[in-house]
Design a protein around this ligand. Structure first.
Ligand code: TYC
Length: 113
């Protein structure tokens, strides 16, 4: 334990020799960037498998999932959800892994909104 004599210079005598500054802070809230997760069409993945993926990983009911699957089938791709970077990355990895394990060529990607 080290001891040091108390000096006059340790004192804040309230006489303008301190460095405190009053600042106005404007609460400028920054939203985190969002990422679209997209499913791509292909000729081989069964429709029912895609519907199952949408129910399992994107929390859709059967009729929502069927509708989105048909959109991908007809238009080539569709956004299936919008998430933070980390959640989007996880969804893409889960879908790609699930498709690969079932030997379907289904592709899922993400893109900054
Ligand atoms: N086109 C596929 C078929 O006719 C169905 C399909 C839909 C595949 C959506 C992928 O992301 C997809 N079996």
């Amino acid at each position: 334990m080290s001891l040091r004599p108390i000096m006059m210079s340790d004192r804040d005598d309230g006489n303008d020799n301190d460095t405190s500054v009053v600042t106005k802070t404007r609460p400028k809230t920054q939203r985190p960037p969002l990422y679209k997760v997209m499913l791509l069409n292909d000729d081989y993945t069964p429709m029912e498998f895609v519907v199952h993926v949408l129910e399992r990983f994107f929390g859709m009911n059967h009729s929502q999932a069927f509708e989105i699957m048909l959109t991908v089938h007809k238009k080539g791709l569709a956004v299936v959800g919008v998430f933070s970077f980390e959640v989007a990355e996880t969804k893409v990895a889960q879908v790609m892994d699930f498709a690969r394990r079932h030997q379907h060529p289904l592709q899922c990607t993400m893109e900054k909104e």
